[in-house]
Design a protein around this ligand. Sequence first.
Ligand code: FES
Length: 370
Amino acid sequence: MSSTHSPIEVTSDELRAMSPEEQMLAGAEADGVHVVHRRNRFPIPGTKAEKRAERGVAMCFLISALAGVGFVVAFVAMPFHWHLPGTPQTFRFYTPALGGLLAVMMLFMGVGLVLWAKWLMPEEEVVQDRHDEPSTEEDRLLTQATLMVGIDDTGLPRRSLILRTLGLAGGAIATVPLIAMVGGMIKKPGKQLEHTLFTPNPKLFPPAGLVPLVYSDWRRVSPDDILPGGIATVFPGIREVGADGKTGVTSASSPTLIIRLRPGQKVEARKGQASYGWPANAPEYVAFSKICTHAGCPASLYEQQTTRLLCPCHQSQFEVLKDAKPVFGPATRSLPKLPLGVEVGSDGRQYFVARSDYTEPIGPAYWERS
Ligand code: FES
């Protein structure tokens, strides 16, 4: 290919006298782009074949738009909460459904655009020289004409069906980034971020309503289960009626870590929280929210030797003997502490209960903004 810019051999007045297509071809030649073959696929507009091709393209855009509507509906209406093992896990199709619908949306938008170019726009072959120099005014006029003919080639001004379905599909795709914001307004958290399932509930656990602490398989947690220096992950033992009509723990919004201190260890409690461990007067067991206050990962790597709890996500460390105060990493807030107690079960053994809900929001510090 030549690397020189061809001179434009027509004046501005001559160009203005030409039709847009002639201008485009002249401009292409002047620009070193040689149109060696150009043919309108449907020289007679409105034939059955043209309508058929147009409907095929419109169908792709319509499918893309419907997938976009499905995406919004799935985002708002599908169950997405995780539940404890052994209970119905209705959330498992949530993410695949969103991903699948987004894929269908993008795929049919792409297929529609390709078919539009292949089936409806003029067929042409061009050979282009390489350019080195800046554009002249004539060049710019010719480029403008090329763009005008390009838009005309799409047939958009007279293909209202494609225009409408393309608008629908494009609108659906454009809404995807807005879904998180709009969805956040539809799925308002309300007061639920201020409470966990450890809130005492006399209806479920009369008379005092203290919530039992259980393992993920619903066994109750006894102080004897945990060796000195050991830990256990526990949940509020609230049985609820699941989708299958059976009762069980259906939600685990507040995983909690019980730590048994080693002999001689003592927690330097924060103001007003000295009695939150068990026994209240000289705590040997303390319970902290397992949800890291940085970004919500499970902070559950406990180093007995250093008495630090590590979060594996961004390496925050919490000093357990200072009431889980952050001492390293990006977390800035102590892990909330659960007021711990015990009650005697029907078998005569002691079992842990939550004496009240957490007294501060669990999870990332972000929620403190509310
Ligand atoms: S989520 Fe724990 S350190 Fe980031």
